[in-house]
Write a protein that binds this ligand. Structure first.
Ligand SMILES: [Zn+2]
Length: 220
């Protein structure tokens, strides 16, 4: 069964149904930072196709499918969904005629359904996958790395997001800044710090040996 479907009228009428508890946002945020750190991703734009491949998740475009399967896929979701093959391996099917920015978000969203172990559709699963996808494509600590170096960026262009997703990312970054400024440095999260450092080192063009030295000294 596909994971995604359109929201019900009840869900549309009650958007609070799609909100997550604070601790879950924090948990997903740490998972997103860890994913990027583990895969050594330290520059924009973050590539959801490469992430899927490195996690062993197969991708299928709607236009690769037979006409009958294409129709069934479009009826299941206008953007994409995840299926499992007979061996239980996930396959993300996505609508490749959409705009590039939308396709990137769809693939990242579906990858997060797989990582978070979602097995059926729910408004909670959708809220988690949407938050995780947005956070991964424009992680506030990585955006902060640019700000720390005085590099002014256009989030929509740099992160290759739709206009709506880039506005959400700007809001998320502003909330992140308020949270850290309000709590002071001692409350900075180790995941955030490491991801920010990773992007800064990339932007400074530090080579592998220099990076290892800096990271070792910073963690000591
Ligand atoms: Zn979904």
């Amino acid at each position: 069964m596909p994971f995604c479907r359109l929201p019900t009228l009840l869900e549309l009428a009650n958007p609070q149904h799609r909100k997550l508890p604070h601790w879950r946002y924090e948990e997903i945020k740490c998972k997103a930072c860890d994913l990027l750190l583990d895969l050594h991703i330290d520059c924009f734009p973050i590539d959801p196709v490469a992430i899927a491949h490195r996690l062993g998740i197969k991708l299928r475009q709607y236009t690769e499918l037979s006409p009958e399967a294409q129709l069934a896929a479009s009826n299941a979701s206008t953007d994409g969904f995840t299926l499992k093959n007979p061996y239980g391996a996930p396959i993300i099917c996505y609508n490749d005629v959409m705009l590039k920015e939308r396709i990137r978000f769809t693939i990242m969203h579906e990858v997060w359904h797989v990582i978070l172990g979602h097995t059926e559709h729910s408004s909670l699963a959708e809220a988690e996958a949407n938050f995780a996808a947005g956070y991964t494509l424009a992680p506030p600590p990585a955006l902060h790395a640019y700000a720390m170096l005085g590099i002014d960026i256009d989030i929509m262009e740099t992160c290759q997001l739709s206009h709506e997703a880039s506005l959400n990312s700007q809001d998320r970054y502003r909330s992140w800044l308020r949270w850290h400024e309000g709590k002071g440095d001692e409350y900075r999260d180790i995941h955030d710090d490491n991801l920010e450092l990773s992007f800064i080192l990339h932007l400074l063009g530090a080579d592998t040996e220099e990076r290892e030295d800096i990271e070792k000294n910073t963690k000591a």
